[in-house]
Design a binder for this molecule. Sequence first.
Ligand SMILES: Nc1ncnc2c1ncn2[C@@H]1O[C@H](COP(=O)(O)OP(=O)(O)OP(=O)(O)O)[C@@H](O)[C@H]1O
Length: 318
Amino acid sequence: MSESVIDISEMRKRYRGGVEALRGVSLAVPKGGIFGLLGPNGAGKSTMVKILLSIVRPSQCRGQMLGHKIGHKPTLARVGYLPEHARFPDYLKGGEVIRYVAGLGGVPKSLTHSRSQELLEMVGMQDWANRRMGSYSKGMKQRIGLAQALVNDPEIVFLDEPTDGVDPKGRMEMRSVLKTMKDQGRTVFINSHLLGELEMICDTVAIMDQGQIVRQGSIADLTEKSRRYEISVRGKIGGELSGSLLQHGVEIEGETLTMYQQDAEKVQPVIDALRAAGVTIVTMTEARQSLEDLFMETVGSHGPGAAMPPKLPRKEKV
Ligand SMILES: Nc1ncnc2c1ncn2[C@@H]1O[C@H](COP(=O)(O)OP(=O)(O)OP(=O)(O)O)[C@@H](O)[C@H]1O
């Protein structure tokens, strides 16, 4: 089994006033790679992240982060954080923000300049370091946000809605920075509503609902059961052919045939039968559930205001 940087069980949080935000969360985050936490509004995602960062005290929690009990303050020196809606003063220049955070994080003065240069280059902001934050686009501000989250050379980086409000070009640039973080061997923990974004970058995800983790694993494993072949055809699918296709487990809907099958070999007799009957095969695609479909299947529409992005089907031509 792969090593976990976070491994918790029975995490519970009841806020004063009685709201039960977490109801026994169990979660394992593998070391290295990009991990995505998703869930509808109010599911408890921020509460869990804040407990991991010792911002909120749990009512109960078992487990560890980086080998230490949750709440162990020195461990936080090995963790980076970009909060949701992070705001740095508009009058500070990008480079100054990074040096300021480095100072707060206890980075030795002798290292501050070189570390900040390195990070500015990594996020592609070296040419803008002497401009004020107030003159930056949202995407540029977030890139400075990512850089400041790395000042202490952390092993885990928590990013809360990092691409929210960033335009498509800015998101693409951020994805590339996140990939660099992963290539550097860090674990990136992203909390986001943008399922299409998560689908593109995450190695593993967990879905949280009503204070509990309801699914976790790699996107490929979680969507494996839905893997299917879709064949679009031109021609008549009559009595005998239709009977034979049904026997092979093919679902027929007009000129679209669907076979819930992981093995391409098992589709070959269907293709043979179609061709023998003179039916033209127009396309054949391998398809599986998108992360959005998985999310909706798991959480449904009961979450208060589950924010959904546009549909992103995952299809590969075969
Ligand atoms: N400080 C607080 N005091 C009381 N209740 C709180 C507090 N913070 C959060 N809650 C409640 O706890 C529940 C979980 O909230 P939390 O912010 O952790 O969810 P979330 O999944 O991060 O939601 P969102 O996606 O909207 O940020 C909600 O019912 C929320 O109203």
